[in-house]
Every structure is written in structure tokens, then in C-alpha cells.
Design a protein around this ligand. Structure first.
Ligand SMILES: [Fe+2]
Length: 149
């Protein structure tokens, strides 16, 4: 009962932050994955994409991400050149809590990437989220995120 209370409370805080700050790459790219493969839970898809999204956006958002990820990667000081380190540490944290699957484990292959990226960029619901991405959100960036996830 207590766990359910805190989970519900956390989801309410998350929803408030989503509505105030909006979302970008991770959610917009994941929505497509779980649409194509409905057996992929949204949270698992998000976790699969997250390390690569962090790696891509860290150089321009390091001060923000250092604060957000401080409980997981406390040694970073917001230096843009540490994107590989934060990406790997977040990936390790995800592995440690049991999220070890990659997109290939869920049946996605290299041959899917170009079409997935095209759909991600063209989907009507992606426009607002893609517009919030802190880097230049081109199709080839999306392809690399899918490929490396
Ligand atoms: Fe979402």
C-alpha cells in the first residue's frame, strides 16, 4: 500500500513536469517503437533509448543533465566532453536495475532504422516533441539514436 502511494505520487510529479517542460527525443522516438511493437512497454522503450539520447544531447545540456543525473553519476561537473561517460553510467544503472534489453532484443533490425526514423520525423504527434530537442533534430541523428540503442 505504501509503495503504491509513492508510485502514484511519483507519477503525479512526473506528469506535472511533462506538462510544464514538455518532452523531446526519448518519448517521441519511443512512441513509434511501442506503436510498431505493442508488446514493447513504453517505459522499457524509453530506457532503451535513454543512454544514446543523453549522449547526443549532453554537449549542449550538460549543466542541466549533471544536476538531473547527479544521484546516478555524481562525479560529473557539467563538462560537455563527458557525454560518453554519462551515457555509459546511465546505461550501467539501467542494467543494474534489470533493464538489459536493446532494440535488437525486441526484434528491431538495421533494416528497420531508416523507416523508423522517417516515421518518427513525419508522425503528426512528433512535431511538437521534436521541436523541443536541444540539438538539431535531423533524420540522420534519429537514425543514429535508433541504431545505437
Ligand atoms: Fe511518452
Amino acid at each position: 500500500m505504501i509503495a503504491r502511494y509513492y508510485l502514484l505520487y511519483a507519477s503525479a510529479i512526473a506528469d506535472t513536469s511533462f506538462n510544464n517542460g514538455l518532452l523531446h527525443f526519448t518519448h517521441s522516438l519511443e512512441h513509434l517503437l511501442s506503436t510498431v511493437k505493442p508488446d514493447l512497454p513504453h517505459g522499457l522503450g524509453l530506457a532503451t533509448l535513454l543512454p544514446v539520447v543523453i549522449k547526443k544531447i549532453y554537449p549542449l545540456t550538460s549543466e542541466i543533465l549533471v544536476e538531473i543525473y547527479d544521484p546516478i553519476v555524481p562525479v560529473l561537473k557539467g563538462v560537455p566532453g563527458k557525454s560518453e561517460i554519462i551515457s555509459k553510467k546511465v546505461e550501467k544503472w539501467l542494467f543494474d536495475i534489470g533493464i538489459t534489453q536493446k532494440l535488437s532484443d525486441k526484434g528491431f533490425t538495421e533494416s528497420n532504422i531508416s523507416k523508423l526514423a522517417h516515421l518518427a520525423m513525419a508522425s503528426p504527434s512528433s512535431g511538437l516533441l521534436i521541436s523541443m530537442v536541444p540539438i538539431k533534430a535531423e533524420q540522420e541523428v534519429v537514425e543514429r539514436i535508433y541504431k545505437n540503442s
